[in-house]
Ligand binder design. Structure first.
Ligand code: PLP
Length: 359
């Protein structure tokens, strides 16, 4: 067996102990004689998995009881639609901050059936930074303020989050559980699972209970947060496999020492890579230093030919997923929780050699 160093942006690397445990339990989960995918979602066995997954998320992130924790389908993209449907009442405005591709997509969806104020837009500066709080043009009485806390494609993130009067809503897909945050600073947090939590198709939603009551009556029952909260994410048949893997991933994270521990590991990994990127003009990092992501590190080389060569040579050394997003080109290494320091060390030694040959 040979596992690669996996720098994919999502779906992305999963912790090896999690994959091994899932493999060991695939034919007979806990003496049930079947896999999690073959058991009823109404069974006692599955209820225990669902409950434990929720308890793990609550423990790791310190989530108070006045928040619901939901496991929903449709990935993070469905949340682009569910957030405005549930939280923006008729005739009201929602504020959105546009820091890149993913916040733009959220804005596009929110504009479909209601009013949006773009409180700041980084497009003219090529999305290379997040705004300062003083730059935000917020609407008095807005229903909520939406941010993408870490832009997976542009490689920028909020070092600290804006303090807003309206509830703050954050797409944390590409950095959930990678650093310590104060959940109470947010009205709602959502994240597609396929970066730091498990398989794609699952979204983790953490929502303050009082906000769920806002939902207008013409919103389809399935698309209301309250429906899923009342049924503990078992309103319909959930993605049982994904919830099970999320449970294992959160147990793995807890065994490392939780989010404070992984944050230290993540900061060191990112620093290792940025140190090389800052060491010479051969490497160019578009993101402003203060806004740099520690999950998605983005850079360019002097030519596209060299970038292509970089990707193909790296692949020969067992490193994959380094091509930048198709919309922006360049190079990107995603350093999610399951990507170890060993992977980053291998990458930087390859980079130093690449620069020696082509710099
Ligand atoms: C920040 C962010 N938001 C949303 C999405 C969309 O997620 P999904 O494909 O689960 O809908 C992604 C996907 O990579 C993302 O990185």
């Amino acid at each position: 067996m040979s596992r690669v160093y996996n720098f994919n942006a999502g779906p992305a690397a999963l912790p090896l102990p999690v994959l091994e445990k899932a493999q060991a339990e695939l034919l007979d989960l806990g003496g049930s004689g079947m896999s999690v995918m073959e058991m009823s979602h109404r069974s006692k066995e599955y209820a225990a998995i669902n409950d434990q997954a929720e308890a793990n998320v609550r423990k790791l992130m310190g989530i108070p009881d006045d928040y619901s924790v939901l496991f929903l389908q449709g990935g993070a993209s469905l949340q682009f639609a569910m957030v405005p449907m549930n939280l923006r009442r008729p005739g009201k405005v929602a504020d959105y901050i546009d820091t890149g591709s993913w916040s733009s997509k959220a804005i596009k969806e929110a504009k479909v059936n209601g009013s949006v104020n773009v409180a700041w837009c980084g497009k003219e500066e090529n999305y290379m930074r997040v705004p300062k709080e003083s730059e935000l043009n917020l609407t008095p009485g807005a229903e909520y303020v939406h941010i993408c806390s870490n832009e997976t494609i542009g490689g920028i993130r909020y070092p600290t989050f804006p303090k807003t009067e309206a509830p703050l809503v954050a797409d944390m897909s590409s950095e959930i559980m990678s650093r310590v945050i104060d959940v109470t600073q947010f009205g709602l947090i959502y994240a597609g699972a396929q970066k730091n939590l498990g398989p794609s198709g699952l979204a983790l939603v953490i929502v303050r209970k009082d906000l769920m009551e806002r939902c207008p009556e013409d919103v389809p029952i399935f698309l209301r947060y309250s429906t899923h909260a009342e049924e503990k994410s078992l309103y319909n048949t959930p993605n049982t496999w994904a919830v099970y893997i999320l449970k294992l991933v959160t147990e793995w994270l807890d065994s490392l020492g939780g989010i404070p521990a992984i944050q230290r590991i993540n900061e060191k990994k990112a620093q290792t890579l940025y140190n090389v990127l800052d060491s010479s003009d051969f490497w160019r990092t578009p993101a402003d230093k203060e806004s740099r992501s520690i999950m998605n590190v983005v850079w360019r080389l002097p030519s596209e030919e060299l970038e292509e060569l970089f990707v193909s040579e790296a692949k020969k050394e067992g490193m994959v997923g380094l091509k930048g997003h198709r919309s922006v080109g360049g190079l990107r290494a995603s350093l999610y929780n399951a990507v170890g320091q060993d992977a980053v060390d291998a990458l930087v030694s390859f980079m130093k050699e690449f620069e020696r040959k082509h710099g």
